[in-house]
Design a protein around this ligand. Structure first.
Ligand code: FAD
Ligand code: NAP
Length: 536
């Protein structure tokens, strides 16, 4: 099989890219390991899975028709609704026939003479393509800790990122949830409503804010549709890829009473509005501490047992430097008599046994254990593919000290390999669909320009890659983000190189940089012309 372009992954990034490239008339194939589109929303079917970005923002803006035809039921959408949305988009744009489902790309080798990538799949197919586009997702490869004795456990073990398709009933069961990141904090209150008992194993307490979800009225939907142009412009003009919400003031601009009111108002608004109470929360330790202290107060207010409240209060890292969570009734859940918290710092998980978990010398009996233990983020899915570039260089070697790229899109030594929503880009530190449209539009134009100008290969210069990678780290080091042992730093995976993996300069600055590169004839890239065919 031979195509002009192969895209790997049918999440937001892959679907958008497929639409853009199909429109150019190139032959394109999308390869997806799952049996349907959706990406994270296909795989993460755990109870309570819900978007943390408002539905009006977390959608594509490239098609007025789709914006007019799809109606979001709630302010923050449930995972299955987003999966259905992507399925709707795929069919509406006539893309489904261009997708091979249930197929995993395992290897990719570049042939410098023909400027072709040769791909092998887990079904034994071999595919040739000029352009290889990895839309494999920043949160794809799950982290499943290997606790001693796991194989002896007789109950069910579930992972939030690989939730079974059939409904899971927790009624009458004693359930454990390990992990208190976004997945665990969303799943636990829903499981608690069904289960006989729920025990949450927390190693590091999270900062969580109320999501304040509610149905969207017809009037709100009509208003959003009427403002499509305005919203489209706003999301691309904002650092976070959102319609707004940021307070341009710094903490020092307000009096203590004004700060308290600002925090309280934003807490009530719900969602990430609280994190944007002041413009300097992520760069000024004092502003951060004041916002954090407000959240600590809220946890003490919500959780009746003071000892449990103290255990739930985070303190070892600044607010927001581990991706904050949004919840519906998480802290309140601990007031229920059948819900308990095990602080895995005081009572570390030692092992599993046939009946459950032994932690801090105490045995806990469970029917089900839910792992909400996260992902090998940003690089995990890319590194699962054995990628060999020019001169036989392995991507794994090139990235041995951490991911390096130009614009987060291209890698030196790996011509015509493009990465979407990956390390070195703003990725999911901003609203993902806005970032994904930015990169996909840029890449579609780049490939069209190559076609129009007889360019067979495009490759990032080593110097441009060095400069961009240093810039990504420099911007991160200006902020408080590197102070947390987060997945974004690679800190949750033993042996993974440490360094903040996303570009924190904001979507607007990123868009400007990408535009400048294209307008200057793809500066920072080496372009190789196609050989003229030999004359007969
Ligand atoms: P994905 O959606 O991850 O899609 C990648 C696809 O590639 C997957 O379907 C995978 O099966 C496929 N794939 C990978 N490797 C291969 C291979 N070798 N061969 C074949 N197929 C392969 N972001 C936000 O901005 N706001 C949110 O509220 C938000 N909520 C989230 C909730 C959850 C539970 C998770 C896990 C993530 C969330 N994110 C959120 C981040 C999310 O990653 C992005 O929003 C976005 O969905 C990423 O889209 P994507 O297309 O880049 O990747
Ligand atoms: P996560 O944030 O990495 O959280 C994993 C949790 O598991 C942490 O509490 C971690 O503790 C714990 N853990 C891991 N290994 C452990 C072990 N061996 N023993 C005990 N505890 C262990 O993963 P996640 O919750 O799946 O979320 C990952 C990202 O996905 C989020 O940050 C977000 O970007 C995205 N997401 C978004 C949404 C949403 O927006 N709606 C929902 C879900 C996920 P430590 O902190 O101590 O390591």
């Amino acid at each position: 099989m031979r195509y002009d372009a192969v895209i790997v992954g049918a999440g937001f990034a892959g679907i958008h890219m497929l639409h853009r490239l199909a429109a150019t008339g190139l032959s394109v194939r999308l390869i997806e390991a799952g049996s349907d589109v959706g990406g994270v929303w296909y795989w993460n079917r755990y109870p309570g899975a819900r978007c943390d970005v408002e539905s009006i923002d977390y959608q594509f803006y490239f098609s007025d028709e789709i914006l007019a035809e799809w109606r979001w039921p709630e302010r923050y959408s449930e995972g299955p609704v987003i999966q259905r949305y992507l399925s709707f988009v795929t069919d509406r744009l006539g893309l489904r026939d261009m997708i091979s489902f249930g197929t995993r790309i395992e290897t990719a080798d570049y042939d410098e003479r023909s400027h072709q990538w040769r791909l092998a799949t887990d079904r034994g197919d071999s595919i040739e393509t000029r352009h290889l586009i990895l839309a494999t997702g920043p949160l794809t490869v799950s982290l499943k800790p290997e606790f001693p004795g796991m194989a002896d456990y007789k109950g069910r073990i579930l992972h939030t990122a690989h939730w079974p398709r059939e409904p899971i009933d927790f009624a009458g069961r004693n359930v454990a949830v390990i992990g208190t990141g976004s997945s665990g904090i969303q799943a636990a209150p829903v499981i608690a409503r069904q289960a006989k008992s729920l025990t949450v194993f927390q190693r590091t307490p999270a900062y969580s804010m109320p999501v304040a979800n509610r149905p969207l009225s017809d009037a709100e939907i009509a208003d959003a549709r009427a403002k499509t142009e305005e919203y489209r412009a706003l999301r691309f003009a904002s650092p976070g890829g959102l319609r707004g919400m940021g307070n341009p003031k710094k903490l020092a601009d307000d009096s203590p009473a004004e700060r308290e009111k600002q925090f309280a108002d934003r807490w009530t608004m719900g969602g990430f509005a609280f994190l944007m109470s002041y413009a300097d929360i992520m760069i000024n330790a004092e502003a951060n501490e004041q916002a954090a202290s407000f959240v600590h107060g809220k946890i003490r207010e919500k959780v009746k047992d003071p000892a449990t409240a103290e255990k739930l209060i985070p303190g070892s890292y600044p607010l927001g430097t581990k991706r904050p969570c949004l919840d519906t009734g998480y802290y309140e859940m601990f007031n229920e008599p059948h819900v308990s918290l095990v602080d895995a710092r005081d009572a570390p998980i030692e092992r599993f046994d046939a009946n459950g978990i032994v932690a801090g010398g105490k045995s806990h009996v469970f029917d089900d254990i839910v792992l909400a233990t996260g992902f090998d983020a940003m690089t995990g899915a890319i590194m699962k593919i054995a990628i060999t570039g020019r001169n036989g260089e392995k991507l794994g070697d090139h990235w041995a000290d951490g991911p390096r790229s130009y614009l987060g899109i291209a890698v030196s030594g790996f011509p015509n390999l493009f990465i979407l929503d990956g390390p070195g880009s703003p990725s999911i530190i901003v609203n993902a669909p806005a970032m994904i449209e930015t990169q996909g539009d840029w890449l579609a134009q780049c490939i069209q320009d190559m076609e129009a100008n007889g360019i067979a290969a495009i490759e990032a210069d080593r110097g441009a890659e060095d400069e961009w990678t240093a810039h990504v780290h420099e911007v991160a080091n200006y902020t408080l983000y590197p102070r947390a042992d987060s997945w974004a730093m690679g800190a949750n995976i033993p042996g993974k190189p440490r360094g903040f993996m996303m570009y924190l300069g904001g979507l607007t600055a990123y868009r400007d940089k990408c535009r400048e590169v294209a307008e200057t004839g793809y500066s920072g890239f080496a372009l190789t012309r196609a050989q003229a065919p030999a004359e007969a």
